[in-house]
Design a protein around this ligand. Sequence first.
Ligand code: PLP
Length: 338
Amino acid sequence: VGIGKQEMLQKKKNAVLVDGVILNGPIMDSKAGEKFVEEACKIIMEEVIQKADDVTGKVCEWQAPETLKQILDLEMRDTGESHQKLLQLCRDVIQYSVKTSHPRFFNQLYAGIDYYSLVARFLTEALNPSVYTYEVSPVFLLVEEAVIKKMIEFIGWEEGDGIFNPGGSVSNMYAMNLARYKFCPEIKEKGLSGLPRLVLFTSEESHYSMKKAASFLGIGTENVYFIKTDERGKMIPEELEKQVQRARKEGSAPFLVCATAGTTVLGAFDPLDKIADICEKHGLWLHVDASWGGSALISRKHRRLLHGIHRADSVAWNPHKMLLAGIQCCALLVKDNS
Ligand code: PLP
């Protein structure tokens, strides 16, 4: 868009040809591209960032889906769109999106804006790295290692490892998979056919991703035993003990307890120390779903809510919730670094 014929010819004259392929473009008009980025960034600055903490603005300018479809004009045409039209689209996207950084946004478990996290995201978007190997991503690989190391320190393990996932739900599923692998390593070769009826335990207030993971992994939702909670929504350890014994009597194989540190609805923190005692007694993997509440570990005042977390075998922690990192930032951390 906007490139003059003369300019195009000039660029073609300087082209480096290897086997008939132009290595240095021009495949695009980079000057026009840069101008577009500059103008779009200005819109983002003025309409999103400078208004982020404006409590007088709306959290959402709501429109019904049919109306919004017409306003946005999302048809993808063969002819492309002009820069002006694309800039207008940027403004429309901002206008009709929910402002999650608004001080009155309370819908999901995050809110607010962290300017430094935001710039880090701009950087990663601009550099477009992939954290496959050190060769392709030297800086980000080291950043990933450093962040995981710090999270492990906050949990209180002497060593450990971790991986970032597309969601706390996936972290929970990976943890379930690891617990099952620990219980019966031959599953890798034999699959589900060689297994007894596996049973796992989690509180009535736990996140629905537990059931989903049990279904995805072929464990079955009926084999998730939900443990009663007290009036604050915390798992009752005595009830857990009873259910583990019940499962044993039934001839099934208990293998995992999932405690929740910060339940989705009530924000309850299960008593981790007492639950860890039961896991130790019965040889069960302890996973702590601290997707929401994990960030309380950073607070000197509130970290006591997670007392005993260092006894867990695995922890799911989403810094994108209470810690304001950009979405998605979800780690699954494991104590056994083998
Ligand atoms: N666990 C708990 C306690 C949660 O509150 C949530 C989400 O709200 C999740 C897991 C799932 O996290 P995600 O939405 O990142 O998959």
